[in-house]
Design a protein around this ligand. Structure first.
Ligand code: FEO
Length: 373
Protein backbone atom coordinates (compact mmCIF):
# COMPACT_ATOMS: atom_id res chain seq x y z
CA UNK A 1 0.00 0.00 0.00
CA UNK A 2 1.22 3.49 -0.78
CA UNK A 3 1.30 5.61 2.41
CA UNK A 4 1.89 9.27 3.04
CA UNK A 5 5.51 10.05 3.86
CA UNK A 6 7.76 12.62 5.44
CA UNK A 7 9.34 15.19 3.12
CA UNK A 8 13.07 15.76 3.43
CA UNK A 9 13.93 19.44 3.88
CA UNK A 10 17.70 19.35 4.39
CA UNK A 11 20.19 16.76 5.71
CA UNK A 12 18.53 15.04 8.68
CA UNK A 13 15.50 17.38 8.83
CA UNK A 14 12.08 16.27 7.59
CA UNK A 15 8.64 17.84 7.33
CA UNK A 16 6.20 15.58 9.19
CA UNK A 17 3.18 17.89 9.40
CA UNK A 18 -0.29 17.85 7.87
CA UNK A 19 -2.07 19.62 5.02
CA UNK A 20 -5.63 20.74 5.74
CA UNK A 21 -6.57 21.32 2.09
CA UNK A 22 -10.30 21.74 2.81
CA UNK A 23 -10.08 24.26 5.66
CA UNK A 24 -11.78 27.51 4.65
CA UNK A 25 -11.90 29.14 8.09
CA UNK A 26 -9.07 29.28 10.62
CA UNK A 27 -10.74 30.36 13.85
CA UNK A 28 -12.93 32.67 11.79
CA UNK A 29 -10.34 33.93 9.31
CA UNK A 30 -11.01 32.90 5.70
CA UNK A 31 -8.43 30.54 4.20
CA UNK A 32 -9.19 30.04 0.49
CA UNK A 33 -5.90 28.19 -0.02
CA UNK A 34 -6.31 25.84 2.95
CA UNK A 35 -4.08 25.52 6.01
CA UNK A 36 -0.88 23.64 6.89
CA UNK A 37 0.24 22.49 10.32
CA UNK A 38 4.00 22.09 10.00
CA UNK A 39 5.85 19.74 12.34
CA UNK A 40 9.50 18.76 11.80
CA UNK A 41 11.60 15.70 12.62
CA UNK A 42 15.36 15.89 13.20
CA UNK A 43 16.90 12.44 13.09
CA UNK A 44 19.96 11.42 15.11
CA UNK A 45 20.92 9.33 18.14
CA UNK A 46 18.09 11.02 20.02
CA UNK A 47 15.46 12.12 17.45
CA UNK A 48 13.69 15.41 18.00
CA UNK A 49 10.24 16.55 16.87
CA UNK A 50 9.64 20.30 16.57
CA UNK A 51 6.00 21.25 17.20
CA UNK A 52 3.05 19.06 16.21
CA UNK A 53 -0.30 19.41 14.46
CA UNK A 54 -3.97 20.06 15.16
CA UNK A 55 -5.38 17.06 17.07
CA UNK A 56 -7.51 15.83 14.15
CA UNK A 57 -4.31 15.33 12.11
CA UNK A 58 -2.37 13.34 14.73
CA UNK A 59 -2.47 10.08 12.75
CA UNK A 60 -1.15 11.84 9.65
CA UNK A 61 1.81 13.24 11.60
CA UNK A 62 2.59 9.88 13.22
CA UNK A 63 2.44 8.10 9.84
CA UNK A 64 4.90 10.61 8.39
CA UNK A 65 7.30 10.15 11.37
CA UNK A 66 7.02 6.36 11.02
CA UNK A 67 8.05 6.67 7.37
CA UNK A 68 11.51 7.79 8.61
CA UNK A 69 11.97 6.26 12.10
CA UNK A 70 9.69 4.34 14.47
CA UNK A 71 7.67 6.95 16.35
CA UNK A 72 8.50 5.31 19.69
CA UNK A 73 12.18 6.23 19.19
CA UNK A 74 11.50 9.99 19.38
CA UNK A 75 13.35 11.26 22.45
CA UNK A 76 12.57 14.98 22.52
CA UNK A 77 9.64 17.21 21.57
CA UNK A 78 10.14 20.98 21.27
CA UNK A 79 6.93 22.99 21.66
CA UNK A 80 7.54 26.47 20.27
CA UNK A 81 3.93 27.52 20.97
CA UNK A 82 1.13 25.86 22.91
CA UNK A 83 -1.85 26.94 20.79
CA UNK A 84 -3.98 23.95 19.74
CA UNK A 85 -2.90 23.99 16.08
CA UNK A 86 0.70 23.20 17.15
CA UNK A 87 0.19 21.20 20.33
CA UNK A 88 -2.80 19.04 19.39
CA UNK A 89 -0.72 15.88 18.85
CA UNK A 90 1.87 16.36 21.60
CA UNK A 91 0.12 14.27 24.26
CA UNK A 92 -0.26 11.27 21.95
CA UNK A 93 3.32 11.61 20.72
CA UNK A 94 4.50 11.77 24.34
CA UNK A 95 2.46 8.69 25.23
CA UNK A 96 3.79 6.72 22.24
CA UNK A 97 7.43 7.66 22.79
CA UNK A 98 7.95 8.81 26.39
CA UNK A 99 9.88 11.78 24.91
CA UNK A 100 10.80 14.81 27.01
CA UNK A 101 8.71 17.88 26.18
CA UNK A 102 10.47 21.28 26.08
CA UNK A 103 8.77 24.70 26.07
CA UNK A 104 9.16 28.21 27.45
CA UNK A 105 8.02 28.78 31.04
CA UNK A 106 4.73 30.20 29.77
CA UNK A 107 4.47 27.29 27.32
CA UNK A 108 4.93 24.71 30.08
CA UNK A 109 2.20 26.42 32.09
CA UNK A 110 -0.21 26.41 29.13
CA UNK A 111 0.60 22.82 28.05
CA UNK A 112 0.17 21.61 31.63
CA UNK A 113 -3.27 23.25 31.75
CA UNK A 114 -4.25 21.69 28.41
CA UNK A 115 -2.74 18.20 28.62
CA UNK A 116 -1.59 17.59 32.23
CA UNK A 117 1.94 16.66 33.28
CA UNK A 118 4.04 15.50 30.29
CA UNK A 119 7.49 15.57 31.96
CA UNK A 120 8.24 19.13 30.86
CA UNK A 121 11.61 20.88 30.68
CA UNK A 122 11.67 24.67 30.56
CA UNK A 123 13.69 26.40 27.82
CA UNK A 124 14.98 29.90 28.54
CA UNK A 125 15.56 32.50 25.86
CA UNK A 126 19.12 32.25 24.55
CA UNK A 127 19.59 28.73 25.99
CA UNK A 128 21.26 26.09 23.81
CA UNK A 129 20.55 22.43 24.43
CA UNK A 130 22.65 19.59 23.04
CA UNK A 131 20.48 16.54 22.46
CA UNK A 132 23.09 13.88 21.66
CA UNK A 133 24.62 16.09 19.00
CA UNK A 134 21.49 17.96 17.88
CA UNK A 135 22.12 21.53 19.05
CA UNK A 136 19.10 23.77 19.37
CA UNK A 137 18.94 27.35 20.61
CA UNK A 138 15.69 28.94 21.80
CA UNK A 139 14.85 32.64 21.36
CA UNK A 140 11.77 34.14 23.01
CA UNK A 141 9.32 35.90 20.67
CA UNK A 142 6.52 36.73 23.12
CA UNK A 143 3.16 37.76 21.61
CA UNK A 144 4.09 36.46 18.17
CA UNK A 145 1.55 35.05 18.70
CA UNK A 146 0.97 34.18 22.39
CA UNK A 147 3.03 35.03 25.49
CA UNK A 148 4.68 31.59 25.35
CA UNK A 149 6.12 31.78 21.80
CA UNK A 150 9.73 30.88 21.12
CA UNK A 151 11.60 30.18 17.89
CA UNK A 152 14.29 27.51 17.72
CA UNK A 153 17.52 27.48 15.70
CA UNK A 154 19.13 24.22 14.59
CA UNK A 155 22.78 24.24 13.52
CA UNK A 156 22.81 21.23 11.21
CA UNK A 157 23.93 20.80 7.63
CA UNK A 158 22.24 24.19 7.23
CA UNK A 159 21.17 26.75 9.82
CA UNK A 160 17.43 26.27 10.14
CA UNK A 161 15.16 28.59 12.05
CA UNK A 162 11.89 27.01 13.19
CA UNK A 163 9.88 30.21 13.44
CA UNK A 164 6.46 28.84 14.42
CA UNK A 165 3.68 31.40 13.75
CA UNK A 166 6.13 34.14 12.67
CA UNK A 167 6.55 34.39 8.86
CA UNK A 168 3.80 31.81 8.31
CA UNK A 169 0.98 31.76 5.80
CA UNK A 170 -2.21 29.76 5.45
CA UNK A 171 -1.41 27.85 2.29
CA UNK A 172 -1.78 24.09 1.84
CA UNK A 173 0.42 22.44 -0.78
CA UNK A 174 1.99 19.10 -1.49
CA UNK A 175 5.13 21.12 -2.24
CA UNK A 176 6.87 22.62 0.77
CA UNK A 177 9.53 25.05 -0.47
CA UNK A 178 9.11 28.64 -1.64
CA UNK A 179 10.86 27.79 -4.91
CA UNK A 180 8.25 25.15 -5.76
CA UNK A 181 5.06 27.23 -5.53
CA UNK A 182 3.49 30.43 -6.86
CA UNK A 183 5.37 33.08 -4.86
CA UNK A 184 2.83 35.89 -5.42
CA UNK A 185 0.03 33.84 -3.86
CA UNK A 186 2.23 32.84 -0.94
CA UNK A 187 3.31 36.46 -0.31
CA UNK A 188 -0.35 37.58 -0.42
CA UNK A 189 -1.19 34.87 2.12
CA UNK A 190 1.78 35.91 4.30
CA UNK A 191 0.42 39.48 4.34
CA UNK A 192 -3.07 38.24 5.19
CA UNK A 193 -1.63 36.04 7.95
CA UNK A 194 0.25 39.01 9.41
CA UNK A 195 -2.87 41.19 9.29
CA UNK A 196 -5.14 38.66 10.97
CA UNK A 197 -2.78 36.96 13.44
CA UNK A 198 0.26 39.12 14.15
CA UNK A 199 -0.78 42.77 13.59
CA UNK A 200 -2.12 43.50 17.11
CA UNK A 201 1.44 42.86 18.34
CA UNK A 202 3.30 44.79 15.66
CA UNK A 203 5.87 46.20 18.12
CA UNK A 204 6.77 42.69 19.32
CA UNK A 205 6.69 41.43 15.73
CA UNK A 206 9.21 44.13 14.72
CA UNK A 207 11.57 42.96 17.49
CA UNK A 208 11.07 39.31 16.49
CA UNK A 209 11.73 40.13 12.81
CA UNK A 210 14.96 41.95 13.74
CA UNK A 211 16.05 38.95 15.85
CA UNK A 212 15.21 36.57 13.00
CA UNK A 213 17.24 38.67 10.57
CA UNK A 214 20.27 38.60 12.89
CA UNK A 215 20.14 34.79 13.04
CA UNK A 216 21.01 34.73 9.34
CA UNK A 217 19.29 31.42 8.75
CA UNK A 218 19.74 29.42 5.55
CA UNK A 219 16.20 28.11 5.87
CA UNK A 220 13.22 29.51 7.77
CA UNK A 221 10.67 26.83 8.56
CA UNK A 222 7.44 28.27 9.97
CA UNK A 223 4.66 26.16 11.46
CA UNK A 224 2.17 27.24 8.78
CA UNK A 225 2.60 27.15 5.03
CA UNK A 226 5.64 27.26 2.82
CA UNK A 227 9.26 26.99 3.99
CA UNK A 228 11.50 29.93 3.10
CA UNK A 229 14.77 29.11 1.32
CA UNK A 230 15.49 31.39 -1.66
CA UNK A 231 13.02 34.12 -0.69
CA UNK A 232 14.02 34.81 2.94
CA UNK A 233 14.84 38.43 1.98
CA UNK A 234 11.37 38.87 0.45
CA UNK A 235 9.46 37.69 3.53
CA UNK A 236 11.70 39.67 5.91
CA UNK A 237 11.25 42.75 3.76
CA UNK A 238 7.45 42.27 3.86
CA UNK A 239 7.55 42.05 7.67
CA UNK A 240 9.78 45.12 7.81
CA UNK A 241 7.23 47.13 5.84
CA UNK A 242 4.21 45.75 7.73
CA UNK A 243 5.66 46.23 11.21
CA UNK A 244 6.57 49.83 10.29
CA UNK A 245 2.95 50.38 9.14
CA UNK A 246 4.14 51.67 5.79
CA UNK A 247 1.27 53.01 3.68
CA UNK A 248 0.48 53.26 0.00
CA UNK A 249 -1.83 55.75 -1.73
CA UNK A 250 -4.88 53.59 -1.20
CA UNK A 251 -8.36 54.24 0.17
CA UNK A 252 -10.63 51.45 1.35
CA UNK A 253 -14.37 52.15 1.15
CA UNK A 254 -16.16 49.79 3.54
CA UNK A 255 -19.94 49.89 3.68
CA UNK A 256 -23.18 48.19 4.61
CA UNK A 257 -26.46 49.10 2.95
CA UNK A 258 -30.12 48.27 3.59
CA UNK A 259 -31.93 49.71 0.55
CA UNK A 260 -28.93 50.46 -1.66
CA UNK A 261 -28.56 54.15 -0.80
CA UNK A 262 -25.38 53.86 1.28
CA UNK A 263 -24.00 51.56 -1.43
CA UNK A 264 -24.71 54.29 -4.01
CA UNK A 265 -23.11 56.85 -1.74
CA UNK A 266 -19.99 54.69 -1.51
CA UNK A 267 -19.26 55.43 -5.20
CA UNK A 268 -19.54 59.18 -4.59
CA UNK A 269 -17.19 58.87 -1.64
CA UNK A 270 -14.83 56.72 -3.71
CA UNK A 271 -14.74 59.39 -6.39
CA UNK A 272 -13.30 61.87 -3.86
CA UNK A 273 -10.26 59.62 -3.53
CA UNK A 274 -10.15 58.59 -7.19
CA UNK A 275 -9.99 62.27 -8.16
CA UNK A 276 -6.92 62.58 -5.94
CA UNK A 277 -5.29 59.76 -7.96
CA UNK A 278 -5.54 57.24 -5.12
CA UNK A 279 -6.23 53.56 -5.63
CA UNK A 280 -9.73 52.86 -4.33
CA UNK A 281 -11.06 49.49 -3.18
CA UNK A 282 -14.72 48.90 -2.33
CA UNK A 283 -15.68 46.35 0.33
CA UNK A 284 -19.38 45.54 0.79
CA UNK A 285 -19.63 44.16 4.32
CA UNK A 286 -22.36 41.73 3.20
CA UNK A 287 -20.06 39.93 0.78
CA UNK A 288 -16.45 40.66 1.77
CA UNK A 289 -14.78 38.65 4.49
CA UNK A 290 -13.53 40.75 7.41
CA UNK A 291 -10.14 39.05 7.17
CA UNK A 292 -9.74 40.36 3.60
CA UNK A 293 -10.76 43.90 4.58
CA UNK A 294 -8.28 43.98 7.46
CA UNK A 295 -5.56 42.78 5.05
CA UNK A 296 -6.33 45.70 2.72
CA UNK A 297 -6.07 48.09 5.67
CA UNK A 298 -2.50 47.08 6.56
CA UNK A 299 -1.11 49.43 3.89
CA UNK A 300 -4.07 51.77 3.19
CA UNK A 301 -3.82 55.45 4.14
CA UNK A 302 -7.57 56.03 4.21
CA UNK A 303 -10.71 54.28 5.41
CA UNK A 304 -14.19 55.54 4.51
CA UNK A 305 -16.85 53.69 6.50
CA UNK A 306 -20.48 53.82 5.39
CA UNK A 307 -23.55 52.59 7.21
CA UNK A 308 -27.25 53.49 7.18
CA UNK A 309 -28.82 54.35 10.50
CA UNK A 310 -30.55 51.27 11.86
CA UNK A 311 -33.00 51.96 14.71
CA UNK A 312 -30.83 54.90 15.82
CA UNK A 313 -27.58 52.96 15.68
CA UNK A 314 -25.29 51.03 13.30
CA UNK A 315 -26.11 47.75 11.55
CA UNK A 316 -24.89 44.40 12.94
CA UNK A 317 -22.48 43.97 9.99
CA UNK A 318 -20.89 47.33 10.76
CA UNK A 319 -20.69 46.50 14.47
CA UNK A 320 -18.88 43.26 13.62
CA UNK A 321 -16.40 45.17 11.41
CA UNK A 322 -15.70 47.73 14.15
CA UNK A 323 -15.19 44.92 16.66
CA UNK A 324 -12.69 43.18 14.34
CA UNK A 325 -10.90 46.46 13.68
CA UNK A 326 -10.60 47.14 17.42
CA UNK A 327 -9.09 43.69 17.98
CA UNK A 328 -6.60 43.72 15.07
CA UNK A 329 -5.41 47.31 15.60
CA UNK A 330 -4.26 48.57 12.19
CA UNK A 331 -2.42 51.88 12.59
CA UNK A 332 -1.83 55.25 10.91
CA UNK A 333 -5.26 55.43 9.28
CA UNK A 334 -7.21 58.55 8.36
CA UNK A 335 -10.96 58.04 8.23
CA UNK A 336 -14.29 59.51 7.26
CA UNK A 337 -17.82 58.18 7.63
CA UNK A 338 -20.90 58.31 5.43
CA UNK A 339 -24.38 56.86 5.30
CA UNK A 340 -28.08 57.30 4.62
CA UNK A 341 -30.64 57.72 7.37
CA UNK A 342 -34.27 58.09 8.24
CA UNK A 343 -35.75 59.50 11.41
CA UNK A 344 -32.95 61.23 13.34
CA UNK A 345 -29.81 59.44 12.10
CA UNK A 346 -27.15 58.30 14.56
CA UNK A 347 -24.91 55.81 12.74
CA UNK A 348 -22.30 58.34 11.64
CA UNK A 349 -21.91 59.76 15.13
CA UNK A 350 -21.45 56.28 16.53
CA UNK A 351 -18.95 55.15 13.86
CA UNK A 352 -16.96 58.38 14.22
CA UNK A 353 -16.72 57.93 17.99
CA UNK A 354 -15.69 54.28 17.63
CA UNK A 355 -12.99 54.94 15.02
CA UNK A 356 -11.65 57.97 16.93
CA UNK A 357 -11.38 55.85 20.08
CA UNK A 358 -9.12 53.44 18.13
CA UNK A 359 -6.65 56.27 17.49
CA UNK A 360 -7.60 56.90 13.83
CA UNK A 361 -7.58 60.46 12.54
CA UNK A 362 -10.92 61.92 11.41
CA UNK A 363 -10.48 63.78 8.12
CA UNK A 364 -13.91 64.91 6.95
CA UNK A 365 -17.01 66.80 7.92
CA UNK A 366 -19.42 63.98 7.28
CA UNK A 367 -22.50 66.26 7.24
CA UNK A 368 -21.73 66.66 3.54
CA UNK A 369 -21.85 62.97 2.83
CA UNK A 370 -25.19 61.77 4.06
CA UNK A 371 -28.49 61.23 2.29
CA UNK A 372 -31.99 60.89 3.68
CA UNK A 373 -33.52 57.53 2.70
FE1 FEO B 1 -0.57 28.85 14.66
FE2 FEO B 1 -0.83 30.93 17.37
O1 FEO B 1 -0.97 29.34 16.41
Amino acid sequence: MCEIKAIKISGNVYWVGANDFDCRSFHGYSTPNGVTYNAYLITGKEPVVIDSVKAAFTDEMITRINSVIPVNTVKHIISNHSEFDHSGAIKQLYELSGAKVYASAAGVKALNAMYGDLNYTTLNSGETIDLAGIKLTAHATPMVHWPDNIVTVYEGEKRILFSNDALGQHYASSKKLDVEVDLNTVMDEAKKYYANIVMPYSAQAAKAAAAVKSINADIIAPSHGIIWTKHICDILSLYDSLTKNEKTDKAIIVYDSMWGNTAKLSRTVGAIFENKELTVKYCDLRCTDLSDIITELTDAKYLALGCPTFYGTITPHTAAFLSYLKALKPQNIEFMCFGSYGWGGGAIKEMTAALSSMGFNHIADTDDITVIY
